[in-house]
Design a protein around this ligand. Sequence first.
Ligand code: KG4
Ligand code: ZN
Length: 351
Amino acid sequence: MTTTSTPIVLGVESSCDETGFGIVSEGRLLGQGLASSAAQHADFGGVVPEIAARAHLEAVVPTLQLALDDAGVQREDITHVAVTSGPGLATAVHVGLAAAKSIAWSLDVPLYGVHHLAGHAAADVLEHGPLPERSIVLIVSGGHTSILAVGDLVRDPIEHLGDTLDDAAGEAFDKVARLLGLGYPGGPVISRAAVDGDPTAFSFPRAMLRQGDAPYTFSFSGLKTAVARTVETLERAGEAVPVADIAASFEQAVVDVLVKKAVRAVRERGLDTLVIVGGVAANARLRAVAQEKCDEHGIELRIPPPRLCTDNGAMIAAVGDLLVRSGAEPSGLGIAADPSAVLHGAQLPLP
Ligand code: KG4
Ligand code: ZN
């Protein structure tokens, strides 16, 4: 039973094509509701911001109700609201932000703006408990790919060791899926196709692994171009495109680079925990190869279950819950969307 002094935090997420509400109390996920407009974007090969925004608008009220029902919580039980105020598609972020402000205002409870990527990291806390004092976090999503040095997720500044120079890992999956005619989102369809493929059939480039390259910086656009050229060459020669082999070889190339750089960061920093989060962390090959390499080096690997890797409201509630328990000042009802917010801290705007 929860007492009246126990915080019950509602998280609201709408930065891309998922409308998510999650309810978290003292590190425990009580329940969540999720709606996705992914199917409406499939014909376009990527998210159409206006379509996403309209879908959020339609989904807000029923999805909030799903979360309340799932958690067995009444609206009036909510003590704090947390919301993604950036980064993301401006039109989409605005819908969740307006919803969160309305809920917080009508219940007269504090509102916290949350950085979406900090939410991805916090998702793991729901599954595996508090993060260690220091860890390396690899964030691999549709819009971002970064290696971060993280201390206390909501109190300490977040240090970027490296980011991507061009495409994010998830974006590479989405673009390659489009050129293989597999649809959107690309990650799940590529990994399904890859199951029957040979990951060594094509030797696609592994960028930024040469000596002298920035150790934690990524680049995926060359890999995408290499896949495109392979497909073009086969088609021009009138040969069938071996979709499964290309998908498996592409996936292996992405995974090799991600794991190599993340493990290197943990070892060079003298740490013993690697946390992998974001939509691409749902990838089975990434999970398996990372586990194998971490075992080899005595590193503890933490990855949330796949349903908490892709966007959801629970992860935003998880940040809100950490902020509340650390005594952070609320952001207030005046917060604005920050569509291109860089990750320096979990709360937005930075206190
Ligand atoms: O974190 P997320 O849900 O949204 C963003 O914050 O961007 O990540 C979405 C990305 C998409 O690019 C999608 O293709 C990718 O995550 N993704 C995957 C898998 N599931 C989703 N990539 C590889 N394998 C998967 N199983
Ligand atoms: Zn995300």
